[in-house]
Design a protein around this ligand. Structure first.
Ligand SMILES: [Zn+2]
Length: 440
């Protein structure tokens, strides 16, 4: 019999609620946020010895049912979702005590991601109704359609091992989405026998491969400037973004200090946010498709171990010692940020592992200055950002700088410089536990 192992992943889909359903969802989102704030207020005012999970639970139950409290509006939130807020709040404190982040804070009406939990999978009753549409039950809202983009274990295909264990509803600038928690039993993959490849996050090409291939998204990539920031938008959308930003600045100029932004200004801000969210969705989609393709084709993928946070920080410098060429470097940094190299590596880690392959990291120092043909580092070898010219008189290799770096990365792995000894199954588990990303 084939060996099976448990897999857990998240899958995010766009909801298509009717206007009435959307209002109900908004109400639930605001109630969940308000409940968090009440809870935070209650928790921080209480003497330490009375701060317990049971006391918080009792306080929430009383607030929801007692008419004296004047919190009837909390009843729009299903009881399970209210419990989930408490659980998330408690976890936030645990994260703080264990040193992973700072203490939880109040959630502002704006600038906060609205979310509502549906912690139990059996409440959802997911069904596929069309090639592209599914239906899901949301407590106190009803049946809502969502985009069907992945085969989920529902109906006859659901059993103890393969099922949806819960969901979270999240609202961003493009509207409400549902993130399913899915659990499946998958056969343990056989080792992937595909070729080795080194990948470099290039300056001119998003991903340069050591076998001369590259993964491009066909979008302009200048370093720095507005064109770079909005490269995922079409020219028409870019023009619209500029117009909206100007309009927002104009409207804002009429606002007196301390005055609330007008409804029209808020609407302009929402439109800007929606365009940015569209750009982000497109870049995520490209990243998912590319990393899936790479993990399918190659058995071993080698990348350089970039300290992205450090790179971005060092350009700015400190007040005492400001960095040199801050503008140029911050252009480069923005490009690094935008290609979201860390996320690419994270996706490659779990996708290679799921196919029996592995991802390795090698030290990054000097990979772009060394010649991959004769392995010497000569001064002035980078003619410009795109071309590499070896100044060693016996070699003189000339070519694409990103390709050269990718070859160096693979060479370092082959000569035994890999940092992490084998990204086996343990790494996958860790990666999945940290963040269940949208899996393809
Ligand atoms: Zn050379």
């Amino acid at each position: 019999m084939e060996e099976l192992e448990k897999c857990q992943f998240g899958h995010r889909a766009r909801l298509a609620p009717s206007p009435a359903q959307e209002r109900l969802l908004d109400d639930q989102g605001h109630a969940a946020r308000a409940l968090w704030n009440l809870l935070h207020n209650w928790w921080t005012m209480l003497p330490k010895h009375r701060r317990t999970l049971a006391a918080a639970d009792a306080a929430i139950r009383q607030a929801r049912t007692d008419p004296e409290e004047g919190l009837e509006w909390l009843a729009v939130l299903p009881a399970q979702a209210a419990q989930a807020v408490l659980k998330t709040y408690f976890q936030a404190w645990r994260n703080c005590w264990e040193g992973r982040c700072g203490p939880p804070n109040f959630k502002a009406r704006f600038r906060t991601l609205m979310c509502v939990d549906v912690p139990q999978g059996r409440d959802l009753q997911v069904a596929r109704v069309h090639r592209r549409w599914g239906m899901v039950n949301i407590p106190k809202v009803g049946r809502v359609r969502f985009r069907w983009t992945k085969d989920l274990p529902v109906g006859k295909r659901a059993d103890a091992g393969n099922r949806i264990t819960g969901a979270r509803l999240v609202k961003n600038a493009l509207g409400w989405h549902i993130a399913f928690r899915v659990q499946t039993l998958e056969p343990v993959p056989a080792p992937h026998c595909g070729p080795h490849v080194g990948i470099d996050a290039g300056v001119k090409i998003p991903l340069a491969l050591s076998d001369g291939d590259h993964q491009d998204h066909g979008r302009p990539r200048t370093s720095g400037g507005k064109a770079d920031r909005d490269k995922w938008l079409t020219p028409a959308e870019k023009a619209k973004l500029v117009r909206l930003e100007r309009r927002a600045a104009h409207r804002k100029s009429f606002r007196k200090p301390g005055e609330r932004s007008s409804r029209r200004l808020q609407r302009t801000y929402d439109q800007i946010r929606a365009l940015r969210a569209t750009a982000k969705r497109r870049s995520l989609d490209w990243q998912h498709q590319t990393t899936t393709r790479l993990a399918d084709r190659y058995g071993t993928i080698v990348v350089e171990d970039l300290n992205i946070v450090g790179m971005v920080k060092s350009a700015k410098g400190t007040v005492e010692a400001p960095g040199k060429n801050v503008a140029q470097k911050s252009g480069l940094n923005r490009a690094i940020h935008q290609e979201a190299w860390g996320r690419t590596v994270q996706m490659l880690t779990y996708k290679t592992a799921r196919r029996g392959g592995a991802l390795h990291k090698v030290p990054a120092a000097g990979t772009s200055r060394e010649c991959h043909s004769c392995h010497t580092t000569t001064p002035g070898s980078r003619e410009d950002q795109a071309t590499f010219v070896c100044k060693n008189p016996e070699c003189g290799w000339t070519g694409n700088a990103d390709l050269n770096a990718a070859c160096n990365i693979l060479h370092r792995y082959r000569t035994g410089h890999a940092l992490v000894p084998a990204a086996g199954r343990a790494v996958v588990r860790r990666a999945r536990r940290v963040k269940p990303t949208t899996a393809r």
